[in-house]
Ligand binder design. Structure first.
Ligand code: SF4
Length: 165
């Protein structure tokens, strides 16, 4: 399977805890005013990359990185391909963070099984649209104060949103 990839960082310290590889997928319909990745809203931006190729690159970074972050664009608009990638990354014993413009609750209510399964494979979800008017004093790893850094496993277990604070 292929993914439409807008960008890839081998090791970043600002897209989640610890050194992480970051994959930016193309395509997003949220259209947040002030979006920092406007070019990545286009579903055809970037290039098509085989999932195996992305995995090889992550494997090469494995001695350094603690995990992988999915960003974009909107990862949950690319749920089928990212789910396949997520399952292989988990086998490498790496943790997974994902940035999304959807809320945790919206994803859980989705009728799209790929979206729900993708959520279940995440360790941390940074959720909600970017709101320019709320960007001052945003928490670490978020862009605006409405966004939450959610511990997905604990939230699913307790059936309520549990944040990492
Ligand atoms: S969700 Fe992210 S990529 Fe999509 S429009 Fe909003 S800020 Fe931009």
């Amino acid at each position: 399977m292929k993914l439409q990839v807008a960008g890839f960082l081998d090791n970043s310290l600002v897209n989640g805890k610890g050194f992480r590889s970051v994959i930016f997928v193309s395509g997003c319909n949220h259209n947040c005013p002030g979006c920092q990745n406007k070019c990545m809203q286009d579903f055809s931006y970037g290039s098509e990359v085989q999932i195996e190729e992305i995995l090889d690159r992550i494997k090469n970074n494995k001695p350094i990185i603690k995990g992988v972050t999915f960003s974009g664009g909107e990862p949950f608009e690319n749920a089928e391909g990212l789910l396949e990638l997520a399952k292989d990354i988990k086998k490498m014993d790496l943790n997974l963070w994902c940035y999304t413009g959807f809320t945790y609750e919206e994803i859980l209510k989705s009728k799209d099984e790929y979206k729900i399964e993708l959520l279940k494979n995440m360790d941390v979800l940074v959720d909600g649209k970017f709101k320019e008017e709320l960007k001052e004093n945003a928490k670490k790893y978020t862009g605006s104060r409405n966004q939450r850094v959610i511990d997905v496993k604990e939230s699913l277990k307790k059936n309520m949103v549990v944040t990492l604070d």
